[in-house]
Write a protein that binds this ligand. Structure first.
Ligand SMILES: CCCCCCCCCCCC(=O)SCCNC(=O)CCNC(=O)[C@H](O)C(C)(C)COP(=O)(O)OP(=O)(O)OC[C@H]1O[C@@H](n2cnc3c(N)ncnc32)[C@H](O)[C@@H]1OP(=O)(O)O
Length: 158
């Protein structure tokens, strides 16, 4: 059983967890046992209907935290499908606890679930399939320096 451990952001400008992205969600993700978690509050940068979080922002939070189960799976992978069930509207400036865990795995695919709660109530839940990729996936689209930084962040939490 792994202890509680902070994980590094995917990248400084990552919209989900990057510390340098002024409009990001700034997720601070921890590994705890067989799951990862973060506590966040949506604000006006993430609003949809007045006073409520945008569905896309909620989806982004799910996608990003699921991207931290890669430390559990110990493999790079990217989102192939993501389904979000929006059970209740999420008010801005409200503490949300979000968790994600790896529920199954094949040679190429990771099956991941996420859950967002306010208090004891689930406000949203998500399922995703991530497909394992090798590092060339990132090198094809990012510059070498940024990709090296990504790889360093991925392995520094070991
Ligand atoms: C340093 C690291 C840091 C890691 C840092 C990670 C950062 C994460 C950030 C958060 C997450 C993101 O935002 S990720 C960004 C959003 N996602 C993307 O940009 C991905 C775009 N899509 C792609 O690049 C591509 O479609 C891939 C790589 C996902 C897959 O391409 P492909 O390899 O040609 O795909 P394909 O052959 O069809 O499928 C591969 C295998 O997966 C299986 N598969 C595919 N879909 C499914 C499915 N729904 N359910 C079951 N299995 C499936 C197939 O059967 C196949 O198995 P078999 O027949 O081989 O057995």
């Amino acid at each position: 059983m792994r202890g509680d451990k902070p994980l590094p952001a995917h990248a400084p400008w990552c919209m989900g967890c990057g510390e340098d992205n002024p409009n990001g969600l700034h997720l601070e993700v921890h590994l705890h046992g067989d799951h990862v978690y973060a506590d966040l509050q949506f604000d006006e940068r993430h609003s949809g209907a007045p006073g409520l979080a945008h569905g896309g922002a909620i989806s982004a939070a799910c996608d990003d935290i699921m991207g931290f189960t890669l430390w559990i799976a110990e493999t790079p992978a990217v989102t192939r499908t993501l389904t979000v069930e929006y059970r209740r509207p999420v008010p801005l400036h409200t503490p949300v606890h979000i968790t994600a865990s790896l529920v199954d795995e094949t040679d190429r695919a990771l099956f991941i679930e996420a859950n967002g709660t306010v208090g004891d109530t689930t406000y949203f839940a998500a399922e995703a399939v991530f497909v394992k990729v090798d590092l060339s996936h990132f090198l094809r689209h990012g510059d070498w320096g940024a990709t090296a930084d990504l790889i360093t962040r991925f392995f520094q939490a070991d």
